[in-house]
Design a protein around this ligand. Structure first.
Ligand code: GUN
Length: 291
């Protein structure tokens, strides 16, 4: 049986550390770290994610603001809100939930956030810092993935890591973080030819393609470590209800050394890392370099 990597338990542990850090910061400066979460439109999945993020802030003592804007909000109005949040001294982290409506250019919006408050790590300055190994705020899901890997692997030097998925939010930043640990990284995606053969070479598989049960048992070599970032609502024909399904055929990969469950693996870590990033941004406030 593969070891189950418990993302929920690890997230609770990280939250305890974050809460201690928040309490210390309040004692030192008399101000709680503040996070502004911006949601444009009514995407149901985004609404659920944002609700989780706001609730999580309260757990660790971070003060949060939710800004809900209608689907037809003009891009300029969103830029005005971001400009206001950028200079608000009580706000240390700004998160604009993506996807944004089609008429809004996400690149322009994410690039307008003060890089020091960019707790998602999506601003080009933070992307550049990550790819040059020069600090900055690191995207939450990739950060959570590395913390999950750290619970089962002491040293990644020279290991073969195969990342499936090339998104700016997950696949690309994870590849950078794995390279920093001296892993040998292959970035693949849904169009990659011979993907099962490539995956079978991997000591570490990061499945982040958003394709339910893409990674089958025969893709996985004995003893590999698998992190399943995928989370898709799939109709379960037996119960007639939706079921959250990962990118990995979990029941077929029990010959792996360790695997994360869905749900209860990467998801809780993403939120825990958002909270720790907000604390980091609040600690750095005043010393930030504006990009
Ligand atoms: N949409 C899906 N994941 C994320 C995330 O980590 N941050 C933001 N801002 N939007 C998302």
């Amino acid at each position: 049986m593969a070891e189950l990597i418990d993302g929920k338990a690890l997230a609770r542990q990280l939250d305890t550390e974050t809460k201690a850090g928040v309490d210390a910061l309040i004692a030192e400066r008399g101000v709680a770290p503040g996070l502004a979460v911006v949601l444009v439109g009514n995407d149901p999945a985004s609404e659920v994610y944002v609700a989780h993020k706001i609730k999580a802030c309260a757990r660790v003592g971070i003060s949060s603001q939710e800004h809900r804007l209608p689907e037809n909000t003009p891009q300029d109005a969103l830029l005005t809100l971001i400009a206001r949040l950028n200079v608000d001294p009580t706000i240390h982290g700004i998160l604009v939930q993506v996807p944004l409506p089609q008429h809004i250019d996400a690149g322009v919006i994410l690039g307008a956030i003060d890089p020091g408050k960019d707790v998602d790590g999506f601003h080009p300055v933070n992307v550049g810092r990550l790819s040059t190994g020069t600090g900055g705020l690191v995207p939450c899901t990739p950060l959570g993935v590395m913390k999950l890997l750290d619970t089962v692997i002491d040293d990644m030097t020279g290991m073969n890591a195969v990342v499936i998925g090339k998104s700016n939010i997950v696949g690309k930043p994870i590849a950078m973080l794995l390279l920093e640990r001296e892993a040998t990284v292959t970035v693949t995606h849904i169009e990659t030819r011979g993907l099962p053969d490539i995956a079978r070479q991997a000591d570490i598989i990061i499945a982040a393609a958003g394709a339910p049960r893409l990674v089958r048992g025969y893709w996985v070599k004995e003893g590999a470590v698998i992190i399943d970032v995928g989370i898709t609502r799939v109709l379960n024909p037996e119960s007639g209800k939706d079921k959250l399904t990962g990118d990995v055929a979990f029941d077929e990969v029990q010959h792996a050394r360790a695997v994360t469950p869905v749900p209860g693996g990467v998801g809780p870590m993403t939120i825990a890392c958002l909270l720790s990033n907000t604390l980091k941004a609040a600690r750095n406030a005043g010393a930030q370099i504006h990009g």
